[in-house]
Design a binder for this molecule. Sequence first.
Ligand SMILES: Cc1cc2nc3c(=O)[nH]c(=O)nc-3n(C[C@H](O)[C@H](O)[C@H](O)COP(=O)(O)OP(=O)(O)OC[C@H]3O[C@@H](n4cnc5c(N)ncnc54)[C@H](O)[C@@H]3O)c2cc1C
Length: 499
Amino acid sequence: MASPDRTPGAGPAAGAPGSLVSALRAIVGEAHVLVRPEQLLAYECDGLTHHTGPPSAVVLPAEKGEVARVVRACNAHAVPFVPRGAGTGLSGGALALGGGVVIECSRMNKILELDPDDGVAVIQPGVVNADLSKAAAPHGLFYAPDPSSQQACTIGGNVAENSGGPHTLKYGTTTNHVLALELVTADGELVRLGSRTGFAPGYDLVGAVVGSEGTLGVVVEATVRLVPLPEAVETLLAIFPDVVSACRAVGDVIRSGLVPAALEIVDQRTVRAIEDSVYAAGLPRDAGAVLIVELDGARVAVSAEVERVRALAVGAGAARVEVARDAAERQRFWRARKGAFGAMGRLAPDLYVHDAVVPRTKLPEVLARVCEIGDRHGLRLSNVFHAGDGNLHPNISFDRRDPDELRRVLAAGEEILRACVEAGGVISGEHGIGTEKQDFMGLVFGEDDLAAMRRLRDAFDPALRCNPGKIFPTTRFCVESDPKARGYDRVPLGGAPRP
Ligand SMILES: Cc1cc2nc3c(=O)[nH]c(=O)nc-3n(C[C@H](O)[C@H](O)[C@H](O)COP(=O)(O)OP(=O)(O)OC[C@H]3O[C@@H](n4cnc5c(N)ncnc54)[C@H](O)[C@@H]3O)c2cc1C
């Protein structure tokens, strides 16, 4: 095996001792350990591009035994490690702050078992979300949580973030679909949590790991629930003069007792960005807002529901309601919605996708405040969001190379979060806390709450080596009274300061 020091330009980055790199190469093979700066560049951030932290090395294991050995090697060198899937996360969760080893699970992408009778799949963590539903479709099944990033994001990342998606409204988030997990713990042991039946006596450790943002261990296998494909699906597109009337329609639909599979709002600025892009779907550019409603279930019920939703939308002020005539048209509507973030890529080099939840009834007033905040800071802000869940995604298009614009983006982001919390909401619906919102945890949790969370974290990872520097506040909130909290979970390697 070649020493990293003898490979031109391939010396280990600061923080990864040569002996660790050699150990990693012995476990996964030389080709699957990345140490060159140009290789590491791709791993310096996730989808939150203004938080960066290049790793010391990236390792790509092929199976769970290799993951366990990698974790043990990191421990032997007292080097932290960070699980990573596709890097589509939006809260800075998958970066190695100040160095450390990124364990990228993309090679672990096999569907190990698909059991249509039990409605269960056993999968490796690097399986891409959309690929699971594709594999399940011939059996009349699908995997319900469908983040808009589903063509790229992995089940490991979905489990870590407890990801949602447009269909969360009816089907729930990832936590409602994970039955069992296999986890490489922070000290390199392989443990099984939960059971294939979904029933497991004792503490709900699967529930603890789902949404733990990669801080409690590396998920190396997941047993997930598959649900039957509905007999009928109808997708409606309602065109509104403004966002307020679209929000009113959302409230009316929910109050009527209907449970649509999805209720998504796209505002005017987003409609224009979509229509200028390859995701153009023929949406009217002058629409104040577009509401996508998806209904699914038994054919006879869905047909009746379409007419009820149409009437409710018109009653709330819709100028026009279209019903997709076939699967191709339905896909066109969804391509517009799911391509919205991609469409933003034409507006500016960076996109800050915010994520917060407010009570549904507060959507109109919070959206008005969000737009006022964006305008006051002179920012390009648009909204596309899971309206049925009250899950807002204010998107700010910007250029992080402009320090003044970045300062205004961050100031507006903080104001948006505070406005959502003041309206009775929370600081994340589905993207997690990561490095993005750790200093805002104090807006929704007291010191006792955070201390309880720290004790849980300590029980899994007392050395704070698994994805350190995430979730918990660093300096600004809630740490004054607890000396352990100050600097808790800081990266042991010294660490580069965050912007
Ligand atoms: C265009 C776009 C649209 C999006 N839409 C949605 C949406 O609708 N709903 C939604 O919820 N999210 C959405 N996201 C956010 C993101 O796609 C999800 O958070 C997704 O689950 C991340 O998966 P990933 O494989 O990219 O994980 P990564 O970004 O690589 O990692 C995310 C977190 O998971 C941890 N992790 C990854 N793999 C493992 C593992 N095997 N074991 C333990 N921890 C692990 C990492 O440490 C990190 O903390 C969107 C992102 C983009 C870019």
